[in-house]
Design a protein around this ligand. Structure first.
Ligand SMILES: Cc1cc2nc3c(=O)[nH]c(=O)nc-3n(C[C@H](O)[C@H](O)[C@H](O)COP(=O)(O)OP(=O)(O)OC[C@H]3O[C@@H](n4cnc5c(N)ncnc54)[C@H](O)[C@@H]3O)c2cc1C
Length: 551
């Protein structure tokens, strides 16, 4: 039997019995084959002593049971680790942050508590997946859209708590920003509601985020201060139409005025749909990822002048690539915009895009067909990505076979996800820095990876580094990530999210004024969770006993 740290076998056995008394024997899992399901199959520590494996799992059906489970955990000092659907692949999967924790698996709590079409919100329990919520809305014919991450099997609530993102309109893409109202079981077993939910019988819990007094919802994002049992989300009204518009610009450094122009449109709320940068030099279709083109896959680049630059063993030289692209008549950048709404609004938005970017010499503009929504099923079947249409899928896993790295099969990836300033200059600098590291370590990946504009005011890189089953290769990848994190921090770029194996590394660079932020988070931790039972170590927020064990 695997034991939680500093817990005797007798206490652990008594705790499991206590858990079973609350949820029933069939919902407590301690057998090896059951616990395999709570391993992170993309773990960068797979099979090593430090791998974050669970000692047991327990699956309650409702918030009252969660309260009772938390009390038992306190009695025996058992570390518990709540997950919603546990699909956090690339950022830790279903595994706990601290090895030996008992996973609190909330999948069974999968009720849509309330949905309001008039005011456009929903309240969900942790086990409600994007698929579940989408089906729920469709079955009732509600005119509402959800914003989905690329894999649709995750939890609406769990994804938001980890800071997850989707691809529709800006106010809905950052999922924690789209939440309104949390119900949480605190580490002492008390149930608390945030915002207007603190008013018994509140009629505006999902309509007024600030509430009364300090706004504390953010304390439950990427933290370990409680088990969230309900969460409200703002939903967008189903748009009438959708169109993609493509802007191409000829030169590498045209990215600078392109980003500035789009930024002004976004900050003025004229453009709200996601826009995606790609480089036609690398053979991406004009639309780039997220385009509503056919799912035939990206056309290959076949111009020999461009290919010679792309395949240069010393790395892609952007001046040479630009020259080759110009002689081949291929624009350097393509920006694909998703436009939504009434036809006249899409046309007006497009006119504004043309006005804002028309001064870039050589810019070309193509507004594709404005299509009535929902698209017919036969058209949706042809698309690779249905995220821009608010439809969850698992098509992101359909990108072809994984290749090998350093002679080892790649079994998954771990994300390195830095946030950088939303300017063309910063994008160029970051692409240079990350490409140099990729070249140095011969990492697999596209020759040119532009940043993502998913966040409203900053660029994001989500770079998947290969995970294998070889401890040696995985250790090398960890070192590469360390290098990336340090180099990024030196330039003022920090990561927005990460896997447990990297929590300490990344929290370590958020060190302003001798780690004042971490100290504050740990002060709160000690106050709300004196026994340190709740998700110990999550996002490197350590309770006192973990700090003492380390020092
Ligand atoms: C190919 C690929 C593409 C991806 N694309 C995206 C993407 O586009 N956008 C994106 O956001 N992610 C993406 N991911 C990452 C990940 O798969 C999703 O974010 C996924 O939705 C997270 O898993 P989940 O929803 O099951 O959350 P969970 O795993 O259930 O939760 C995540 C974490 O939040 C905490 N938590 C969860 N529930 C609770 C609770 N009730 N109370 C307290 N704490 C809790 C836990 O610490 C848990 O580990 C991608 C992954 C892969 C492999």
């Amino acid at each position: 039997m695997k034991l939680p740290p500093n817990v005797s076998e007798a206490d652990f056995t008594a705790a499991l019995k206590g858990f079973a008394g609350i949820v029933g024997d069939q919902w407590v899992f301690a057998a090896d084959e059951d616990l395999e399901l709570y391993r992170d199959s993309y773990s960068i520590l797979w099979g090593e002593a430090d791998e974050r494996t669970a000692s047991a799992a327990v699956a309650p059906d409702n918030a009252d049971q969660v309260v009772e489970l938390v009390k038992v955990a306190n009695r025996y000092r058992i570390p518990i680790y709540p997950i919603s659907t546990g699909k956090n692949l690339g950022y830790g999967g279903a595994a706990p942050a601290l090895a030996g924790s008992v996973v609190l698996d909330l999948k069974r709590m999968n009720r849509v508590v309330e949905i309001d079409e008039r005011n456009g919100y929903v309240v969900v329990e942790p086990g409600v997946s994007y698929f579940d919520l989408y089906d729920y809305i469709q079955e009732r014919g509600l005119k509402l859209w959800i914003d989905v991450p690329s894999p649709g099997w995750g939890s609406v609530l769990g994804n938001a708590l980890d800071g997850g993102v989707g691809v529709t309109l800006a106010p809905y893409r950052n999922h924690f920003d789209a939440q309104c109202g949390i119900e949480v079981v605190l580490p002492n077993g008390r149930v608390m509601r945030t915002g207007m939910g603190a008013l018994p019988g509140a009629k505006t819990w999902q309509q007024f985020k600030p509430g009364f007094g300090p706004r504390i919802d953010g304390l439950f994002k990427q933290s370990n201060y409680g088990v969230v049992t309900k969460m409200g989300f703002w939903l967008m009204p189903s748009p009438e139409n959708h169109a993609t518009g493509v802007v191409t610009v000829p030169k590498y450094r045209d990215i600078i005025p392109l980003v500035d122009g789009l930024g002004r449109l976004e900050r003025s709320k004229i453009v709200q749909g996601l826009w995606t940068l790609s480089s036609p030099t690398t053979g991406m279709p004009g639309g780039g990822p997220g385009a509503s083109g056919p799912a035939a896959g990206p056309p290959k680049q076949n111009d020999s002048r461009i290919l010679a630059v792309l395949n240069d063993p010393d790395g892609v030289n952007m001046e040479k690539l630009e020259a080759a692209a110009m002689s081949a008549g291929v624009p350097f950048w393509a920006c694909n915009l998703n436009l939504y709404g009434p036809k006249k609004l899409i046309e007006a938005q497009w006119e504004c895009v043309r006005d804002a970017l028309g001064e870039i010499a050589g810019a070309r503009f193509t507004l594709n067909e404005i299509r009535r929504l929902p698209l017919p099923p036969e058209d949706l079947a042809k698309l690779h990505d249905l995220g821009p249409f608010g439809i969850p899928t698992l098509r992101t896993f359909d990108l072809g076979p994984m290749i090998s790295y350093d002679g080892e099969d790649i079994v998954g990836h771990i994300f390195f996800s830095p946030v950088i300033p939303r300017t063309g200059e910063a994008a160029i600098e970051a692409m240079d820095v990350f490409a140099a590291i990729a070249r140095k370590y011969k990492l697999p990946g596209p020759p040119l990876q532009p940043p993502s504009s998913i966040f409203e005011r900053a660029f994001l890189f989500a770079i998947g580094l290969p995970v294998t089953r070889s401890p040696t290769v995985n250790a090398k990848i960890r070192e590469i990530i360390r290098e990336l994190v340090v180099i990024s921090a030196e330039r003022g770029w920090g990561e927005y999210r990460t896997a447990p194996a990297l929590y300490e590394l990344i929290m370590g660079v958020y060190s302003y004024n001798d780690h004042a932020l971490r100290e504050f988070l740990e002060t709160i931790k000690d106050a709300v969770d004196p026994n340190g039972i709740m998700s110990p170590g999550r996002y490197a927020i350590r309770s006192r006993h973990l700090r003492e064990a380390k020092d």
